[in-house]
Design a protein around this ligand. Structure first.
Ligand code: HPA
Length: 273
């Protein structure tokens, strides 16, 4: 067995020794977006630092634990706090928890993130369902020996974000009267926010929003044939001519203000999965 498969198997055995149920839906909550947990019946929490081979999260706004439980009768596994490439983790460390999710039984992954808007129709606090992504500068987590047990050497990426989940989320959002955009997310490394010229370039390349997460997790999930749904909360606008100073505090503030909309959509989506 390869080192990666051995480590995964140790992480999974440890979790199984603490929690017996099988979660079918995995949820990754982005910066300032942790409140979905308040809607869950929590059955077990395991801080990342207790998990063998798990990286430890260091960013403000990320609490750093796996939360197992039920949301509207469905067994879910929530990652409260994720790992970012800009923290110094390797691409395979960033996506390690997604592999653990798969081996625990997860079939569907819901992700959220905070992102900078570049589409001129976007405003701070809007939600954007991600319908495709561009991976820019972020190292592909599948580089290296392919683990056949996890997925193919050359995974198809023609539908990274499941169309049927997008359609269902749109129906849910409209029934809740929550306006949503749909668009392309470009994943960059950070940790700097973009320069004016970079925002302009990323928009020209075809992206509607930019962020520092998600893409590597989605690649690993698709490698293992997990179906994926993701939403960005637009926390700042990269295309303003004036007052375009962007701070982490502003991002967290905008994320937490928009969070109830995101939580409502995720909740109902989990119910119909
Ligand atoms: N750029 C990159 N990542 C981000 C941004 C941004 O403007 N906002 C939130 N995450």
């Amino acid at each position: 067995m390869s080192l990666l498969m051995e480590q995964l198997s140790e992480t999974v055995s440890f979790i199984r020794s603490q929690y017996a149920n099988t979660p079918l839906v995995g949820i990754v909550l982005g910066s300032g977006l942790g409140n979905l947990v308040a809607e869950m019946t929590v059955e077990k929490e395991i801080p990342y630092h207790q998990l063998p081979h798990f990286p430890v999260s260091t960013v403000e706004g990320h609490s750093g634990k796996l939360i197992f439980g039920e949301l509207l009768g469905k067994k879910v596994l929530v990652m409260a706090g994720r790992f970012h490439y800009y923290e110094g983790y390797s691409a395979s460390e960033v996506s390690y928890p997604i592999r653990v999710m798969k081996l625990l039984g997860v079939e569907t992954l819901l992700l959220s993130n905070a992102a900078g808007g570049m589409n001129t129709r976007f405003a701070v606090g809007d939600l954007m369902i991600i319908n495709d992504h561009i991976s820019l500068f972020a190292v592909n987590p599948l580089i290296g020996k392919n683990e056949k047990e996890l997925g193919p050497r050359f995974p198809d990426m023609s539908e990274p974000y499941n169309r049927s989940l997008i359609a269902r989320a749109r129906t849910i959002a409209s029934s809740l009267n929550i306006p949503v955009h749909e668009g392309v997310y470009v994943g960059v490394t950070g940790p700097t926010f973009e320069t004016r010229a970079e925002y302009k370039m990323l928009h020209t390349l075809g992206a509607d929003a930019v962020g520092m997460s998600t893409v590597q997790e989605v690649i690993v999930a698709r490698h293992m044939d997990i179906q994926v749904f993701a939403i960005s909360v637009i926390t700042d606008l990269g295309i303003r001519e004036e007052e375009n100073i962007i701070t982490h505090e502003e991002v967290l503030q905008a994320a937490s203000e928009a969070e109830p909309k995101l939580t409502a959509i995720f909740k109902q989506l989990v119910q119909v999965i």
